[in-house]
Design a protein around this ligand. Sequence first.
Ligand code: NOJ
Length: 745
Amino acid sequence: MKGKVERLMAEMTPAEKIGQLNLLPAGEGLVTGAAQATTLAQRLDAGQVGAVFGTKSLASARAMQERALAGSRLKIPLFFGEDVIHGHRTIFPLPVALACSWDPSLVEETAAFAAAEAAAEGQHVVFSPMIDVSRDPRWGRVAESPGEDPLLASRIAAAAVRGYQGADIAGPGRVAACLKHFVAYGAPLSGRDYDNASLAWEDLLGIYLPPFAAGCAAGAACVMASFNAVNKVPMHAHAQLIEGWLRGTTGFDGLVLSDYTGVKELIAHGLGPAPVAVARALFAGIDMDMVGEDYLRELPALAKAGIDAADAGVALSAAAIRDLINRSCRRVLTFKDRLGLLDNPFRGLVAAGAVPTRQDGRKLARTAAARSVVLLKNDAVLPLSTGTRVALVGPFARDRRNMLGTWAVSGNSDDVVPLDQAVATLTGRAPKTAWGVNIVEEAWLEQRLNVHGVTVERDGRSEAELVDEALALARQADVIVAAVGEAKEHAGESSSCLSPSLPAPHHHLIAALKATGKPLVVVVFAGRPLALGAIAEAADALLYAWHGGIAGPEGVADILFGAAAPSGRLCVTLPAHPGEVPLSYAEETTGRPNPGHFQKFLTGWLDLPDSAMRYPFGFGLGYGEIRYGLPSLSIAQAAPGEPVVLTIGIENRGPREAIETVQLYASDPVARITRPSRFLIDFQQVTLRAGERREVSFRIDAGQFRYPVAPSLETAEWVRDPGLVRLHVGPNSRDTQSLELTWLA
Ligand code: NOJ
């Protein structure tokens, strides 16, 4: 007997099938691209919509579903999607911030909470997790990324999928996850958003694809393609990667969505006029066309006549096009079936059962915020005692608006408790506060803000007046806390910047505050890794707080006053200078210079001293004192398959509980191709009571040393060589102890 999907397929007309491939915006939210003048209602009435994204209430989703069912001869329901990137209504820290918790279980918990909130408003799929590895702080969307490392990103990808989907995407409070953006969107030329990526296949396989493999292995039901081209082929036409790698190699059997007008953009990429672009996208495996409606416009004719465009190298018969339409339509229907919609079109659209409470959300958001903050420096200033007289200064001292960060489409900045209030509530005394919003203004930023349709608050005072006000307060205080950083529009989509560093007025403010001689705590609120330059030297204590969501400032207050202990570790390297990006701890070994020999050839740049301060991947301090013992290996030589265990003792010598992330890196001194100078192979997070000592053990597996050798994608081979490897264990990617291990052939 035929299943539901096949029964529908047998009855559907070609036009009805094409309608299922159309994904339209509800028109109630943000417009990020060249939106079409779509009349959604007309399309629904004509049965020409497969799914809608961006509805803002259960009632409107329900109304659209009713209309869609009335317009569909075979009563095929819509599914609903939304950009739930770091929370739905309850906004958690930016993904790049949460990745700094190095805690997949926390990622899973926040994803599960977001899923429950979104499901309660009728959403069936979230356009998340965004798992684009990025090593370029110029790229604004690093804010949404899990950072620079493929292993950490892979664990986060799997955790987010588990959190959103649970055991069943049709289960109560669950939604389908959509892995994005497939692929290498985080590696655009010069960090410019949407720009193309030219990569060695080894980099693609070894750095950018692993999080997608992990997300697929965790059962992700959906994938979204990226805007960029990879090695000359735009991803919306990349059959080799979508049908080939994604479906062929990982076995992914879900739904592939275009990004916003991504099919249409193939024309601008130079791949042909609309019919060719559409044929290529469908052939490549893009099942649904988001916003652009090019499938809807072009496929009816293509299904009748086929296409033969010699100049674009595309030839597909009408029958072949019809097969492709069937293939994608079947995937859309199968997805709807998995969501339980073919049995019950109103699943999730009637008044929801278990709506998570805002209170629980606030609690989780506050924990997540504190866990995301990275303490970079502390010259015995923090934690502050609640009796300390604090001067809280800088543009983010009272800010709500920027704290949510980018891509918080259903968030509300009124939910943010700003830093001055968070401190007052925690300590029982209001800090003396000077804020000066227009310290964050710069001519170019203003221009960008206008582009985004956001206005900048002004209070009419000059920068000098604002600094004077801050200084007057600082002089009366025991400690200065300066809240600086970047505006939320600075980071995010289409917000690449040439010089990822703090705005000049923030440097002026910090220099003036430093000159008071008072202890200076600097808190950086940002959406990307910024080169801090002199600010890192001037600060007596330095917190990297990112844009932490509705409870971001409360999480910071908890850390400042010791209500929470800092445990964040960088998921990206913080550059010493904006000109040295892209960068990563995992940079490849090179031939020059040769340490200890003639040093004509510099390791870095003439205008940046080798001693310049970079905060390495994995770095972060706590309030305690964690001592690492000497590591040992169970055996020094092993055959593949033979168990090898690395053990290291760690001890908390501090007076309070601490969370320590023990990180294990490796290097491969002799290989077939150049390799990263070191690469993360495992990590473990342990909570240690004051005075507690623990042994931490890692099982080492020969598989962790496999790497791709790929003259082409099709001939790629994952190899592992016998011989010497080195293991490096410690609290971050730089401060490690090393051991040698030999793999026998
Ligand atoms: C464009 C963005 O690239 C993508 O991440 C997002 O999900 C879609 N727009 C839908 O808003």
